[in-house]
Design a protein around this ligand. Sequence first.
Ligand SMILES: [Zn+2]
Length: 196
Amino acid sequence: MSKRAEGERLPTTKTVEKKDAPEVKKEQSKEQKPKKPEQAKEQKAAEKPQPVKAVVKKPEAPKVQAPVQARVAAPVKRPAVPAMPKAPRPDIDIGIDVELPTKTCKDQFCPFHGTLPVRGQIIEGVVVSDKMQRSVVVKREYMRLDRKYERLEKRTGKYLAHSPPCLEVKEGDKVRIMECRPLSKTISFVVIEKRV
Ligand SMILES: [Zn+2]
């Protein structure tokens, strides 16, 4: 009987414990249930930023590294590119709409093949002398109003101009000359176009 009693007691106790246990578990579960969402929220909140940070950190690292490599590589390539066009050096755009010379020359005072910048006046005239070396005399005719007699009078002006050899200017040619820096005491023009 003692065994039975013990046996009986044991199951009873077990049952009681079992009965109590689910209640406690229920209570715990009830208590835990409201906590769970909070904890879950906290956990989710804690979990969410972590992956986000991890995701953000990962792309940042390669992004930062990539531009650094690009920046390092770009300046190395850039000086090599402008060096190429310098060697062939086609006709320089002088900024004026003129017919470019068909031939080339090595004259430093040529606005197309040299280093002479042009600016200022543009004058059209006729070459009256080409006896100088790389210089010509250009004669320009223009009309001037005489107010006292109300008549137009014909006037002429002579300009000394540098003549680049690539244009092959000869006496009698109609040319356009453009102002440049003083090349000598009397020459501050250069021939930029030869008109047939
Ligand atoms: Zn030239």
